[in-house]
Design a protein around this ligand. Structure first.
Ligand code: ZN
Length: 164
């Protein structure tokens, strides 16, 4: 836990934030007060919760009937099983597992990733799905941000900080 505040971590964090600074508009138009750089920083330095542990932060992609693409970020110990659960639950969507990032602190990394992509204004409001009557959450439109390769790259940068 002390490693969270080591100078190595500080250097790594500064480098990562500098990189993130260059690609992210920090003034969110959708969430001007809630999701800020400070919130991301606070989430990064906060120690993992007692319930946290190793897992995989994944991205799944969905092609909607209207032609739009949604990506979902979540965590699981078994993303393929999670994929199967979604496919059984929601027949409207064709989910595709497109990125997996192993981490020592899956809950923390998921939270940090969600904050990042909310700051980037790519978050979709949760909506009640007409097909499965479940609220679809944690959906993001990452295409304008560089798509899944960019989302994976950011997830790995954040993972290195979360696991430091
Ligand atoms: Zn659905």
């Amino acid at each position: 836990m002390s490693s969270v505040y080591s100078s190595d971590f500080d250097r790594q964090l500064a480098a990562a934030l500098s990189h993130i600074d260059s690609i992210l508009p920090w003034e969110s138009t959708r969430y001007p007060r809630i999701h800020t750089k400070n919130e991301l920083f606070a989430a990064l330095v906060r120690p993992p919760s007692a319930a946290d542990g190793p897992g995989i932060v994944y991205w799944m992609k969905t092609n909607n009937p209207d032609g739009s693409i949604e990506s979902k970020a979540g965590f699981s110990n078994d993303p393929n099983r999670r994929l199967g659960e979604w496919e059984r639950q929601c027949y409207r969507s064709d989910f595709e597992l497109v990125s997996t990032t192993p981490t020592l602190h899956a809950r923390k990394l998921e939270r940090v990733v969600h904050i990042f992509f909310k700051i980037a204004d790519l978050w979709k409001e949760p909506y009640c799905c007409e097909s499965c009557s479940v609220y679809h959450r944690e959906k993001f439109e990452v295409d304008e941000f560089g798509g899944i390769p960019a989302a994976r790259n950011i997830t790995e940068i954040l993972r290195d900080l979360v696991d430091a």
